[in-house]
Ligand binder design. Sequence first.
Ligand SMILES: Nc1nc2c(ncn2[C@@H]2O[C@H](COP(=O)(O)OP(=O)(O)OP(=O)(O)O)[C@@H](O)[C@H]2O)c(=O)[nH]1
Length: 338
Amino acid sequence: MSDIEEFDPFEDLSDDELDALLAQGAGFDGIDVEEAPAADRAQGFRSGFVALVGRPNAGKSTLMNACYGQKVAITSPVAQTTRRRMRAVVNRPGYQLVFVDTPGIHKPKDGLGSELNRSALSELNDVDVVCFTLDATKPFGRGDAWVAERVKQSSAHKVLVITKADRADQAQVMAQIDAAREEVDFEDVIVTSANERFNVDEFIDLLCSYLPEGPMWFPEGMGTDTTDEVQVAEFVREKVLLHTREEIPHSVGVICDYFERTKKVVRIHAIIFVERDGQKGIIIGHKGEMIKRIGTDARLDLERLFDSKVFLELDVKVKAGWRDDAAQIRRFGYAADE
Ligand SMILES: Nc1nc2c(ncn2[C@@H]2O[C@H](COP(=O)(O)OP(=O)(O)OP(=O)(O)O)[C@@H](O)[C@H]2O)c(=O)[nH]1
C-alpha cells in the first residue's frame, strides 16, 4: 500500500490536524469573498452577487454552467446533487456577476438535508439578485410555493427564471409564470433553456441591469473560488450519481485528500465514502468494474478541467450514519456556513 492509500482524514487525523489540512484547501472552498482582491476600477463599474434558488432538479447548476460557459458545478438527474454553494464569476465589459448556485430547497429527511436547506436559504439576503428557478416541465407544487414564500421575504431584486423551456410547450410555461406570480411580485421574468442556450446571454444582460456600483470582487481570469480539491471531489461524486441508483447517490460523500500538479501531470487521490458495506460493494462493482467506470469518467472530465494528463486513484470507505452527524457533514464541506 502506498502512503496515499493509507491516508484517511477521518480515522488517522486529529481534528486539529484535519483543520490544518483543510486550511490548505483540501476539499473545501478556499477564498473568503470579503477578502477577495478588489481591483481598482473606473467609476461606474457594476458588480454583485446573484443567487439561483429553487427546488432540487430545477436546473440551477446547469444554468449557472451555461452562463459561465464551462462546467463549474456538477449536475445530474438525481435531486439534491448540489451540496455546496458553488460560485462562478462572469465578466462583461463594465460588469462582474458572481453567480451563487445553491442546494435545492426541499423537505429535509436527515441532518444533511437540513444543512442544505440552511445553506440555500442563507443566500437569500446576502445577494443583490435572487433568481427563483422554476422547471417548466413540472407543475407548480407545494414545494415551489414554499420556496416562493422565502424568496418573497428576501430584500434582493427578484427575477423569475423558467428553466428547461426546450422540453415544455407554451401553455406549460405560461402556467408556471402565472402560478409563480401569484406568490411573488417579480421584477422580471425570463424563459430559458440551458441545454439549447436559449436566452442565456439575455439572462446575463438582464442580471447586469440590476447590479449596483461596486468593486471587482474577483480578479479577471479567476472563474470560480472553488479549490482544485473541491472540484475533484465534486466531479467524482457526479460520476457516482450518474452510474448508481436508488439510495446510493444520497449516501455518498467524497473528499480529495491528495492533489499534486507538476508541469506534465496532475496526481490525485480521492476517497468515496458510503454509509454501509453493501453500498461499498455496489460502488466497487463486480471485479471492480463500477469503480473503474467512475474513475475513468471522472479522469476524462478532470483532464479537460485541468488541461493536463491526470492520474486519479480512488478508494471507497464506509462511514456509517455520516448524514446525521454534523461534524462529518462539516468535514465533507457540505455544512451551510462553509
Ligand atoms: N431538457 C433540459 N434539461 C435540463 C436543462 N437544464 C437542466 N436540465 C436537466 O435537469 C436535471 C437537473 O439539473 P441540475 O442543473 O443538476 O439541477 P439543480 O437545480 O442544480 O439540482 P439540485 O442539485 O438537486 O438542486 C439534469 O438532468 C439536467 O441535465 C435544460 O435546459 N433542458
